[in-house]
Design a protein around this ligand. Sequence first.
Ligand code: MGD
Ligand code: MGD
Ligand code: SF4
Ligand code: MO
Length: 904
Amino acid sequence: MSMSAKRIPLVDERRSVASVCCYCGTGCGVQVTAEAGRVVSVVGDAHHPANFGQLCSKGRALGDTVRHDNRRVLQAMLRPARGAALQPVERELAISQVADRLAGIIERHGPDAVGFYLSGQLLTEDYAVFNKLARGLVGTNNLDTNSRLCMSSAVTGYKQTLGADAPPACYDDLDHADCVLIAGSNMAYAHPVLFRRLEAAKARRPQMRVIVIDPRRTDTAHLADLHLAIAPGSDVALFHAMLNVLIWEGWVDNDYIARHTEGFAALKARVHEFTPKAAADVCGVPADDIVQAARWFGQAGAALSLYTMGLNQSSSGTAKNVALIHLHLATGQIGKPGAGPFSLTGQPNAMGGREAGGMATLLPGHRDPANADHRAEVAALWGVAGLPVQPGLTAIELFDAAATGKVKALWIAATNPASSLPDQAKVRAALERAELVIVQEAFADIETLAFADIVLPAATWPEKDGTQTNSERRISRVRAAIAPPGDALPDWQLAAAVAQKLAARLAPTQITNFAYASPADVFAEHVATTAGRDLDYSALDYATLDQLGPQQWPFRAGQGTSRLYGDGHFPTANGRARFVDVGYQPVAEATSAHYPIHLTTGRLRDHWHTLARTGLAPALIRHVEEPVLSLHPADLARYRLAEGELARIKSRRGSLVLPVVADDQLKPGLAFLPMHWGRAFVASEGVNALTLPAFDPHSKQPELKHTAIAIAPAKLGWQAIGWLGEPTAEARQRLLPWLQRFPYAVLVPVAEAGGGWRLRLAADTAPALAALAELAQSLGLSQPDAALDDPARSVLRRLNLSDAGRPTAWLLCTDTRAATALAQWSDGGTAPISLASLFSGRAAARISRVVCACIGVREDAICQGVDRGLDVSGLKAELGCGTGCGSCLREIAGLVERQQSLTH
Ligand SMILES: Nc1nc2c(c(=O)[nH]1)N[C@H]1C(S)=C(S)[C@@H](COP(=O)(O)OP(=O)(O)OC[C@H]3O[C@@H](n4cnc5c(=O)[nH]c(N)nc54)[C@H](O)[C@@H]3O)O[C@H]1N2
Ligand SMILES: Nc1nc2c(c(=O)[nH]1)N[C@H]1C(S)=C(S)[C@@H](COP(=O)(O)OP(=O)(O)OC[C@H]3O[C@@H](n4cnc5c(=O)[nH]c(N)nc54)[C@H](O)[C@@H]3O)O[C@H]1N2
Ligand code: SF4
Ligand SMILES: [Mo]
């Protein structure tokens, strides 16, 4: 049975659907139960082959992220003029406006004045309709996605070596590998359910060797038998040296190389100079470790590698991928259980996007827009005269073209470029210069909305129906459990609605059919594009997926395929895989006397990207509430910074003020910033104010993993902190302007008392009293229920209380000692004896962080447990921490080690 979107408005029926988690590319199956139009539970699907019922902290908290209508885009909106506020309008009017204004721009400037910027979080059906709209109707290849920031180096790496964009391995291989090489991946945070599976496999077979290649000693690295903390960007030198050792010590499979590959001789000559000693100098790791890694890889019965952004997000991302794949080809470690180069996908459906041609450089069915035959094949399938020849602009190029005025219209869906693209100053210029910015969004607190001329309200998980492909090529049905709120519609429907109007304007004679009755219809049209291609799943439809469950492509003769290339035949012209003679290139931006620190950016355990969804779940906010810059303790000392003090972080493009913390898992000279908090949360333009747009020449993927920065103490003597227990988008809007008025400012969602916003400000001197009064007003504290102000010292201490006597808002300016006590009280703690004692009391200890998100166990409880003599299993038994998803166990073990070393 196919479930069309039309069947959804279910009011009081109880309904339980099998669907898939909307976060990472692991693609865990979930069972979503809804009643009376509300989700009542989300649990792991024991039958789904990606996770067999397990979920990580983010998956387990999915239920808490649903609906939140006061934080959603519920209606279409138009901005009457730049600078004016967005106005709600009828959805049909907004759709007509999009079509009319696009038609106008196409008529005046041609189809390439339009660009689409989409997302690996769209469903395959969404991509399919957008792609047909962009290339088949508008007539431009300017359709790219945030996968350009994410997976495009994996795509080019696979295509250059194996001939097609297909991860050859599967999750089952984690159980069979003898050596697992994890490169540039912090799976413990980013693919936790797969990481749990790897941990279990290693516990069962302790002889399994795990090698982790990451400049930082991450939670993932703690599982490793060997951690190579290489200098950022030096992976190619390392992989070449490993190949050098494999050749020198005779671990290569000459028979496999001769029968199934080409190009080895040239590469062999190239890697000759990459001795372990030479690579050790480049990578900053001992030569012996490189030899050891190569030996373990070479000696393994089955060798598997897992890799993500540490390889892809690099100006040599393709070369890094290729150099890693070489190790597998040279040893025949591919196409058999436990073996293969396995790129883990970041977003839930980045794979589906690659299949549906959701990048400027791809056409549906793994085709190439530069290939005339491929264009003709797709045109025939779509029933259009032809596809555009002009190459499309990729993400960075597209925004550059908008900044110079070449691209006039940008249609952005399910991605937040005003936070996530590098070099935000340029992104801002592009979004301001573009004549028409269409933002198709589900959530309200999103940076990019500030630049929208037209907003289309999007449905989101679990309101959407369609399909999604995970890292192991497995296609699952995503099933809607509830109806979308307000006027929101699934993305494919919004795209199809505009397309129908636009077709009437632009191409009344072309047969471009966008009248799909349901996502099943879109899927049927999409699968036809895979027929006869390497990924062929043309035999799949929703009925088959409902009946057989999730399936891995290629799907032929009624069966999915778990591993590729077992026969040694590759989808290249001559059937041979290719060694590519690639050199080593250092990072694009070298450090210098002025910018001496290497900055890398990445993910935290419980946050997802720019926080739209995870920012709604109390359990997820509490692990790390605010952005901080991590530095090695020696660097803190060198810059005369104490933990928690504010530092000014500067790159050649922008700057940012944040507190610093000591992290001995970093090397001196290396800093880490989480990617999650953009300009909606911090002063200036957020973390990507710093990053640079330099990209890999083949994949066009930007180097988000390395920026040269400078650090100095910010010396801001005045501070304020406020809290508003009103978890709405409007409340946030009232506080937002403060971010741009202070050198240091953060505005973050917090979990206290059911949710709200915390605002923290700092400046060198106290602002004028009028400004403080204005600040109090934006928190609703002009006439507070309680106050202890001292205007002569710029001190404001104000509090509002509910009828039940609980804080609903508070503000502390200049004297912030009461902040912790207030936060504890707001969060359900006991009331103070008197307000005077509260406001003038000694600074209470900092509120301890929640380490275990599933059970809600804080750091102080764990440390007290250790003081009572508990070890990790004792803590699990007594406090319950670590008994949910298990993602926090490494952190708990670290606390046990630290606490024990303090007491011994
Ligand atoms: N919790 C959580 N999980 C997520 C996401 C999320 O936002 N939050 N996002 C999903 C998405 S879209 C993606 S793309 C994935 C990303 O998953 P990962 O790639 O695993 O995550 P990152 O933290 O971006 O980066 C991984 C590691 O690369 C290392 N690194 C930096 N430079 C180099 C280098 O030059 N060489 C090597 N070898 N390593 C380097 C960093 O230190 C970091 O630990 O996560 C997915 N899963
Ligand atoms: N410095 C730095 N920057 C990075 C990275 C890094 O490691 N470091 N990583 C990069 C990578 S790998 C990635 S993948 C990107 C991610 O960056 P983004 O794609 O910008 O991040 P998200 O916050 O996931 O954005 C998704 C948006 O879609 C909205 N949304 C959710 N569901 C739906 C839906 O169903 N339909 C529609 N229309 N909208 C929806 C959400 O509200 C949100 O605004 O960031 C990149 N940027
Ligand atoms: S590992 Fe976690 S975030 Fe990723 S799909 Fe599974 S439950 Fe979702
Ligand atoms: Mo990603």
